[in-house]
Design a protein around this ligand. Structure first.
Ligand SMILES: CC(C)(COP(=O)(O)OP(=O)(O)OC[C@H]1O[C@@H](n2cnc3c(N)ncnc32)[C@H](O)[C@@H]1OP(=O)(O)O)[C@@H](O)C(=O)NCCC(=O)NCCS
Length: 212
């Protein structure tokens, strides 16, 4: 059995974020995030940034993120969706605490051993503690290793297929898709995490985690 260590990266660990950026570029395509933006978001405190290592010396094998969305990042989430898929009202105007399960990447040789599920479980709990609703866009690519079934196993529920979800980001933005290159025509599967009103941000729970 393979064991791994999962770490919550802190706002001062530039090296860990830079290493993670190389891994996500290789697995998910160029432009998934920028180091400066991640460090800034970690300082603000609305981003959970996880890395997973194996062995001694530690080798980075997984990167995963989740965030509580501000108005701009909620706009980014819904912009590629058909109107009406999710409410247009912004978090600041509606009082909603909206979360997003974001980047998920495990190196090819480590897949299928439960690490992706462990990273998703950690982030799902983090979102449940802070948000009144949360979303994920699963990438149903034609290669080995998808996130849909492990997210369903954690309680995430499919909502709809979003055609050409990453087209705009790969046309005018900095992103590229490992499958399509520029001009990504992959669909995205929108999933929603049911969060009972007795859970979520009002229960005052916080996690104690190690960070570096
Ligand atoms: C998606 C990814 C992060 C999963 O990491 P992983 O370490 O292989 O995940 P796990 O070992 O926990 O799960 C592996 C498989 O078992 C499935 N699985 C795990 N737990 C499960 C459960 N309880 N019930 C049903 N299926 C389960 C997973 O969905 C996955 O299935 P598939 O690859 O055959 O479709 C990894 O494969 C990856 O990096 N893929 C390429 C990039 C990518 O698609 N990222 C997600 C973007 S949305």
């Amino acid at each position: 059995m393979t064991t791994w260590a999962i770490t919550e990266v802190g706002p001062h660990d530039r090296q860990a974020v830079a290493d993670a950026s190389r891994l996500t570029d290789a697995v998910l395509g160029r432009g998934t995030f920028t180091v400066e933006q991640v460090l800034e978001d970690l300082r603000v405190g609305d981003l959970l940034f996880l890395t997973a290592d194996v062995g001694k010396p530690p080798v980075l094998v997984g990167v995963a993120t989740a965030r509580v969305l501000d108005d701009d990042s909620y706009r980014d989430l819904i912009a590629p969706m058909p109107p009406g898929t999710l409410p247009a009202a912004l978090p600041s105007a509606s009082g909603r605490r909206i979360g997003r399960l974001h980047t998920s990447a495990v190196t090819a040789t480590m897949r299928g051993r439960g690490l992706g599920s462990a990273l998703a479980a950690h982030r799902t709990e983090w979102l449940r503690e802070r948000c009144s609703e949360a979303y994920a866009i699963s990438w149903p690519h034609n290669r080995q290793g998808r996130s849909e079934s492990l997210l369903r196993a954690l309680g995430w529920q499919p909502v709809t297929i979003l055609h050409d979800y990453w087209l705009q980001a790969t046309t005018t933005g900095d992103q590229s898709c490992p499958q399509c290159g520029r001009l990504c025509h992959c669909p995205g599967l929108l999933l929603r995490l049911p969060i009972p009103s007795s859970w979520g941000p009002t229960n005052g729970k916080t996690r104690q985690e190690t960070s570096r």
